[in-house]
Ligand binder design. Structure first.
Ligand SMILES: [Zn+2]
Length: 266
């Protein structure tokens, strides 16, 4: 009996702590540690948006379990920046555990088998798929999301990485630029088009710190308070020493998820 009461008290404490967690939830942006890949959770009390699903569903769903409150274990919108496995593969498990209402994809189509299998799975679950145009704005109670890339009129001449969805997220206290796997050419096009509008507090370094991204001009235009390199064990040499050096030359502090783990900004 005593044991049962103890268990009841314990479960009540657990429920109350979960309710308080949900009520106190503020805007939170988490650069999840999903290994070699990208996944960023933009959570606020009434809506959660996931930018990319990383390479591994188990790692992703575990991380989301920790971040999402028990009474609102939901991802409302999943944005898949482009059709690379290190950005979409975790979505297979995500769709089973936290089925989103909408999946936003790049307008650039890919014939890659895994990507096509994922689209089939999303359709089979009756989840809406939207290819959002550049210039679109998504507004939630806590933030504005500006879709800056890819340009629809050049879509056929772009490769997969260049067609990554790039988002600027503006929240009341901070701003973020999530840049997928774009290369220097795309960075240059973005600077030409948006210039100072690219400036944010937190920059998700494109392409896991590849040397073919994060040009000096791009870093100088954005000048973030902090750059985040989402990266894990890989055979491509990410993050590249040249990128690290460019960050240092511009006196930009950076965070590496492979060395420092996940990072949450509140
Ligand atoms: Zn990637």
């Amino acid at each position: 009996m005593r044991f049962l009461i103890f268990l009841l008290i314990l479960s009540n404490i657990f429920i109350w702590s979960e309710i308080t967690k949900a009520l106190n939830q503020k805007n939170e942006v988490s650069f999840l540690d999903v290994g070699q890949g990208t996944s960023v959770l933009l959570a606020e009390p009434k809506i959660s948006i996931l930018y990319d699903a990383g390479p591994n569903g188990l790692k992703l769903t575990k991380a989301l379990d920790r971040h999402l409150p028990l009474i609102r274990k939901k991802v409302d919108i999943l944005i898949l920046s482009h059709a690379d496995q290190d950005h979409y593969n975790g979505a297979f498990d995500l769709i089973n555990r936290f089925p989103p209402r909408i999946v936003v994809i790049s307008p650039k189509d890919s014939a890659e088998a895994g990507w096509q299998a994922l689209l089939q799975k999303i359709k089979a679950k009756n989840i809406a798929i939207i290819a959002l145009k550049t210039g679109s704005l998504v507004e939630t109670p806590g933030k504005k999301l500006f879709f800056l890339n890819p340009p629809i009129n050049q879509i056929n001449s772009l490769n997969d990485n260049q067609s990554s969805i790039v988002i600027k997220a503006i929240e009341p206290t901070s701003s973020f630029l999530l840049a997928g796997d774009i290369d220097k050419k795309t960075e240059f096009d973005l600077i030409k088009k948006y210039n100072r509008f690219l400036q944010v507090d937190y920059l998700l370094i494109p392409h896991h710190g590849s040397k073919y991204s994060s040009s000096d001009e791009f870093l100088k235009t954005i000048l973030p308070r902090l750059a985040v390199i989402q990266v894990g064990k890989n055979r491509y040499g990410h993050p590249n020493g040249e990128t690290i050096q460019r960050l240092k030359n511009n006196q930009i502090h950076f965070w590496r998820t492979d060395l420092q783990g996940e990072l949450t900004i509140r």
